[in-house]
Write a protein that binds this ligand. Structure first.
Ligand SMILES: [Mg+2]
Length: 208
């Protein structure tokens, strides 16, 4: 019997693609200023990754010029989202599961909190943790560990739900926690997970 769900936010509770065009426009414009300094293919891939992974990681991985990385971070640090947002189908079912839920998301505090607000999901969670690389060196793994200790959970009582093999899924695997990979487009067929599905409602099958 599961006692708690650890949920990711971006691309787990709502699709980033639904807000990225508007949200990342200023960032894409900024990157465009540097297009002559970077390889076209690399840039295209980097822009795709920006909607899926934290900007810091993308900037490092694709060797963004330092000035671009710093200006991008500055932009994102002050960004918030103020338009209506819609959760994935199945989220309503998920939130009605009568066990403790924790939202653990990586990103810039102001922006992540604005998404929580626009989705109207604040009260669905016992705790909300923003892992903000600007403020702290704490990782998702640290936050998972901290919750487990404070709530005295057993490892088998937790299910970690997320979309990113390099983030929450990796942290969960390192701690021996069970995982539910939400993979609507079958992007990660080879990732080591406990369960994988293309619909959130299937989580209901794995909490007993
Ligand atoms: Mg995610």
């Amino acid at each position: 019997m599961k006692k708690a769900l650890f949920l990711d936010l971006d691309n787990t509770i709502y699709p980033v693609s639904s807000i990225s065009e508007y949200l990342f426009k200023p960032l894409y414009d900024l990157i465009d200023e540097f297009k002559n300094e970077m390889d076209k293919e690399v840039l295209k891939n980097a822009i795709y990754q920006i909607s899926r992974r934290p900007f810091h990681y993308v900037a490092d991985e694709f060797h963004f010029p330092l000035v671009l990385k710093n200006r991008g971070i500055e932009l994102l640090r002050n960004m918030s989202y103020g338009m209506p947002m819609k959760a994935y189908e199945g989220y309503d079912l998920l939130k009605s599961i009568p066990i403790n839920k924790f939202l653990i998301t990586t990103g810039f505090s102001k922006l992540q909190w604005s998404k929580v607000e626009m989705l109207g999901i604040k009260d669905d969670f016992n705790e909300i943790h923003i892992v903000d690389l600007e403020i702290s060196t704490k990782t998702k793994k640290d936050v998972f560990n901290d919750i487990i200790t404070r709530f005295n959970y057993k490892i088998e009582e937790i299910l970690v739900v997320g979309d990113d093999p390099e983030s929450e899924i990796k942290a969960a695997n390192e701690l021996g926690l069970q995982t539910f990979l939400f993979d609507p487009d079958d992007k990660h067929p080879n990732t080591m997970v406990t369960y994988r599905h293309n619909h959130l409602k299937n989580i209901l099958n794995y909490i007993n």
